[in-house]
Design a protein around this ligand. Structure first.
Ligand SMILES: [Zn+2]
Length: 239
């Protein structure tokens, strides 16, 4: 099992590790700070420095309990080699900000506008994020009201905390997992990782986040699309 450094220290930009398995251009390390694609958050990119060379990481995925790094060309790397991983921090920090922004918009929607809908999915990019809602009343004007409310929260600032709690505690928190697969996942886990926007929102989550919503700056409504009563899409951008 790969030790997942990114879950313990979300701000780790560099780390040392050992190559435990090599399969073509797929590199398995004993530990990694590279985030694998998951939960709407894209994988990190960056490089592995070793001996007198360096390898560009083009993809990072989960493989069971392991994390597999795909490099452009693993030629010259051997099992047992020591490597130094360097994460492309500009890209990662953008993903962290957009991930926290999605949680914030979701939280504000549930808290202030929720009587008629919920967020059903989201996708993060480096320069924007999109959210899908099952919310028949959602239109561009309501979308703007939700974003305005989220920006009020950003001005006040709230800490973002990551905790691990037991399954029993997790099952007592309403809305911790907002989808059926999320609830099933909690039922299978001994310990559940929780991302909390202090005083506003708690979600079971495996993603990476900023320390305080102040870091988000300002959220701008970048687009709205009506794909049917139960499928409304909002796109946001951070300024
Ligand atoms: Zn999340």
């Amino acid at each position: 099992m790969t030790e997942k450094l990114y879950l313990k220290d979300m701000k780790m930009k560099e780390f040392d590790a050992t190559v435990v398995k090599l399969d073509g251009n797929s590199v398995y390390l004993d530990r990694t700070a590279f985030y694998p694609t998951g939960g709407g958050q894209p994988n990190d990119i960056g490089k592995l420095v070793f001996g007198n060379g360096e390898l560009q990481i083009v993809d990072v995925k989960k493989d069971g309990d392991d994390v597999v790094h795909t490099v452009q060309d693993a030629n010259g790397l051997k099992e047992g080699d020591s490597v130094h991983g360097i994460i492309d921090w500009d890209t990662r920090y953008a993903y962290m900000k957009y991930h926290t922004a999605l949680h914030l918009v979701d939280a504000v929607t549930i808290k202030s506008f929720s009587s008629n809908g919920i967020m059903t999915g989201g996708q993060i990019y480096k320069d924007r994020a999109r959210m899908d809602f099952d919310m028949p009343t959602l239109n561009k004007e309501l979308g703007q009201q939700i974003i305005d409310k989220a920006n009020e929260e950003i001005l006040n600032g709230r800490r973002v905390l990551v905790k691990e709690i037991s399954r029993d505690e997790a099952l007592k928190i309403p809305d911790l997992a907002r989808t059926a697969p999320g609830r099933e996942l909690i039922n299978r886990l001994e310990r559940v990782r929780i991302v909390e926007i202090e005083g506003l929102d708690s979600q079971a989550d495996g993603g990476l986040h900023v320390d305080n919503i102040k870091e988000l700056g300002k959220i701008v409504l970048n687009g709205y699309k009506n794909n049917g009563a139960h499928s409304k899409r909002i796109e946001i951008r951070l300024e």
